[in-house]
Design a protein around this ligand. Structure first.
Ligand SMILES: *[C@@H]1O[C@H](CO)[C@@H](O)[C@H](O)[C@H]1NC(C)=O
Ligand SMILES: *[C@@H]1O[C@H](CO)[C@@H](O)[C@H](O)[C@H]1NC(C)=O
Length: 337
């Protein structure tokens, strides 16, 4: 009999490389998102439902103004949404980008996964798809987003993400035209307040892993800009034979390195989740030493970790963990390096 041996040689029920499961981990101190995911998992619900419920809670509550409607207006004042969900058992993914007029972006992402053979839909056509699938079209603009937009216009459209154009984008609003030469280097106007995407990873007790993201992107982005959140392997990745990861931060930079995919592959090769997270950050750091970003990682035995790049606006990264040990969302933090 093996069971008595286990009991003799271990004092903890979570030994033999097994941590408490199920588990939900999400970026930033978004407590109610963690609670929503946890209430699904603790009642035996699926990891996909946990990811969807957690992310959609943030969309409803407009977590930090950076998820859901009424935040991060683009250069034309419109809020658009990006989201993704990934099933680590089947490797199916649904994603939407530049979604307009629909609040529940993660729900639409899930509909892309479950009601089409595609992986990603974008822009106006994604909104039409969503309406056809029963999602309600409504204006995503609020007084808050209108106010952010009008202040920005009053301030000569600063900050913005244009370069090598005329008139000089560091001083003037557009419309812009390309300038001869590619000489202008601009400091990226990115900080903790301009994007706090929710990324959520969930594991159940049967070895099923899922991950998802939802965001309204970057304040004052160029219309059409898509960040890392809906990009598979960048914003999130899940594989039930290795683990899951989700990233947050300066998506324009981070998506160039597929940090979530990298972290999951490192965990597959045996790396500890914290070490895998750190390696994914280090890879980006080599090229962009002061980029703004963080990543959360969990392996299939329920161990988790996080890492972040030390930057002027980020010294410590906060994230939420729910598992049977606490039975309530617990705030965790990690020092950036
Ligand atoms: C938005 O602003 C308008 C005009 O100032 C006001 O009438 C309206 O009640 C505001 N809406 C909300 C939700 O605060
Ligand atoms: C997950 O990470 C923990 C902590 O490093 C480790 O003990 C465990 O073996 C890992 N699980 C797998 C399946 O690699």
């Amino acid at each position: 009999m093996f069971l008595p041996l286990v009991l003799i040689f271990s004092s903890s029920p979570f030994s033999l490389g097994q941590a408490p499961l199920p588990l939900a981990v999400n970026t930033w101190p978004f407590k109610s998102a963690s609670a929503a995911a946890w209430s699904v998992l603790r009642s035996g619900g699926s990891v996909l439902d946990a990811v969807e419920k957690g992310c959609s809670r943030c969309e409803q509550e407009q977590c930090d103004g950076s998820v859901g409607f009424g935040g991060s207006p683009d250069e034309s004042g419109e809020t658009t949404l990006d989201a993704m969900i990934m099933n680590g058992n089947t490797m199916e993914v649904g994603a939407v980008a530049d979604l307009r007029r629909i609040k529940n972006a993660i729900g639409v992402a899930r509909a892309v996964m479950e009601r089409t053979e595609h992986t990603m839909l974008v822009g106006e056509s994604a909104s039409v798809f969503a309406e056809n699938m029963g999602f309600v079209a409504e204006d995503l603009t609020t007084n808050t987003s209108l106010n952010i937009f009008s202040q920005w216009l009053k301030g000569n459209c600063q900050p913005n993400y244009r370069k090598n154009v005329s008139p000089d984008s560091s001083k003037s609003c557009g419309p812009y035209r390309p300038e001869a030469g590619l000489t202008q280097k601009r400091a990226r106007p990115v900080n903790i307040h301009s994007h706090d995407t929710i990324g959520l990873i969930a594991l159940d007790g049967n070895g099923h892993v899922a991950a998802g993201t939802s965001t309204n992107g970057l304040n004052h982005k160029v219309p059409g800009r898509v960040g890392d959140s809906p990009i598979i392997g960048a914003g999130a990745y899940a594989d039930s034979s290795a683990g899951a990861a989700a990233a947050t931060g300066d998506g324009d930079i981070m998506m160039r390195f597929l940090p979530s995919y990298l972290a999951v592959e490192l965990m597959r090769a045996g790396a500890d989740p914290s070490a895998a997270c750190k390696s994914a950050i280090s890879r980006i750091k080599r090229h962009y030493s002061d980029f703004f970003g963080a990543i959360i990682c969990a392996n299939i035995t329920g161990h988790y970790g996080a890492a972040c790049n030390k930057a002027p606006s980020l010294a410590e990264f906060h994230y939420m963990v729910s598992n049977p040990q606490s039975d309530t969302p617990t705030l965790k933090s990690v020092d950036c390096f």
